[in-house]
Design a protein around this ligand. Structure first.
Ligand SMILES: Cc1cc2nc3c(=O)[nH]c(=O)nc-3n(C[C@H](O)[C@H](O)[C@H](O)COP(=O)(O)OP(=O)(O)OC[C@H]3O[C@@H](n4cnc5c(N)ncnc54)[C@H](O)[C@@H]3O)c2cc1C
Length: 297
C-alpha cells in the first residue's frame, strides 16, 4: 500500500529539525533510518502529514571513546557492529550485529530504535544493562535522561513533542566486567522471540560484585530481573546460582502465545538464553574472548 501523501523537509541541523517539528505540530514526524516508520506508513498505521529528515545533518553518526562511549543518535546498527571501540564492550556488538539483516542494519539507527520503544527491539535490554544515558534536544533545550527513565511503556517514551535523541552515552564498565546479549529468533530478518542481556562485574574469578540482568521481548518493556541480580551480587557464581538466575528470569517473563511460539516455550527459552548469556558474560569478565551469536529456531 502507498503511504498517505506527506510533505518532506530536509533538516540541516538538529536545532532546525526540532524547531521545524515544533512548528509543524502533531502531524509531523522525524525520519531517521525509516526501518520502523516507513513500513508503518505503508500500512497506514502511521499517517504523518510531514516528515523531517534527519539523514542529511552532519556530525550525527559517530562512535567516540573518550572516557564514556558516545554513540551519535543517527549511527546505523551496521556501523556499531563494525566499530573497534564497540568491540571493547562486546555486549553492544552482540546486539548491533544481530539486528535483522544487512539491509536493515545499514539503514536503521540506534536513536530511531530507542525512540520507537518497540518491546521486541534489541537495544533496550542491552542499554539498560549497561546503565546508558540518552542525550536529547528539544524546544526546551538539551537534556540527559537515564535510559531507564526514558522508556516508559510499549512504544512510549518520555520524549517531549519535537524532542529528539542526539547521543547515547554508555559508561565505561569497572575492571573485571563482562556482558553478553543473546536473542532467540525464528530467522534473521524478524524480531526476537525472547532475549536476555547480562552485565557482570566480578570481584575475582568466582565472586560477582555487581550484576544487571534484563529480559527482552517478554513484557511491554525490557524487564529488570532483580531477583537474578540479587542471586549474583556478592556471591560465588556456582552451577546452583546459575540455575536460580535462570529460574528468576523464567518467573518474571510475561509471555503470550502467538506465531512465535507458545507462552510455555518462550518461558523456557528465556531461561536457556539466560544461562548462555551468563556463561558468556562470566568468561568475558575473566578476560576470555567469546563470540556470541543469536539462536535461530
Ligand atoms: C524487516 C525488519 C526487521 C527488523 N528487525 C529488528 C530486530 O530484529 N531488532 C531490532 O531491534 N529492530 C529491528 N528492526 C527495526 C530497526 O532496528 C529500526 O532501525 C528501528 O526500529 C528504528 O530505527 P530507524 O532509524 O529506522 O527509525 P525510523 O523508522 O526512521 O523512526 C522510528 C521512530 O522514531 C522516531 N525517531 C527516529 N529517530 C529519532 C531521533 N533521533 N529522536 C527522536 N525520535 C526519532 C521517528 O519519528 C519514528 O517515530 C527491524 C526492521 C525491519 C524493517
Amino acid at each position: 500500500m502507498y503511504p498517505r501523501a506527506f510533505a518532506y523537509h530536509r533538516a540541516k541541523s538538529y536545532s532546525e529539525a526540532t524547531s521545524l517539528l515544533s512548528e509543524l505540530g502533531e502531524e509531523a514526524k522525524f525520519l531517521a533510518g525509516g526501518q520502523s516508520l516507513i513500513p508503518l506508513m505503508k500500512l497506514r498505521l502511521s499517517t504523518p502529514a510531514h516528515l523531517v529528515d534527519l539523514n542529511f545533518i552532519p556530525e550525527t553518526s559517530y562512535i567516540r571513546s573518550n572516557g564514556a562511549l558516545r554513540i551519535g543518535g543517527m549511527t546505523r546498527h551496521a556501523e556499531i557492529a563494525a566499530s573497534a571501540d564497540i568491540a571493547k564492550l562486546p555486549l553492544l556488538h552482540d546486539c548491533a550485529a544481530g539486528i535483522a539483516d544487512p539491509q536493515v542494519r545499514h539503514m536503521g539507527t540506534i536513536g530511531g530504535s530507542i525512540a520507537e520503544a518497540d518491546p521486541t527491539g534489541d537495544w533496550a535490554p542491552v542499554l539498560l544493562a549497561t546503565g546508558a544515558t540518552v542525550k536529547t534536544l528539544g524546544p526546551g533545550g538539551e537534556r540527559s535522561v537515564a535510559i531507564s527513565d526514558l522508556i516508559l511503556d510499549a512504544y512510549t517514551t518520555a520524549l517531549q513533542p519535537a524532542e529528539l535523541i542526539t547521543e547515547i552515552v554508555v559508561p565505561v564498565p569497572a575492571a573485571q566486567s563482562g556482558g553478553a546479549y543473546i536473542a532467540l529468533k525464528r530467522c534473521a530478518p524478524v524480531y526476537a522471540t525472547a532475549s536476555v542481556a547480562v552485565h557482570l562485574t566480578m570481584h575475582d574469578d568466582h565472586v560477582c560484585s555487581d550484576a544487571r540482568v534484563y529480559l527482552g521481548v517478554l513484557g511491554l518493556t525490557a524487564k529488570r530481573v532483580q531477583a537474578a541480580e540479587d542471586e549474583l551480587r556478592n556471591n560465588a557464581v556456582s552451577a546452583k546460582t546459575i540455575d536460580r538466575v535462570c529460574q528468576a528470569v523464567m518467573d518474571i517473563a510475561e509471555p503470550v502465545s502467538d506465531m512465535r511460539g507458545s507462552a510455555e516455550y518462550k518461558r523456557h527459552a528465556a531461561g536457556a538464553l539466560a544461562k548462555l548469556a551468563l556463561d558468556a558474560a562470566l568468561k568475558r569478565a575473566r578476560g576470555e574472548r567469546v563470540e556470541v551469536t543469536h539462536l535461530y529456531a
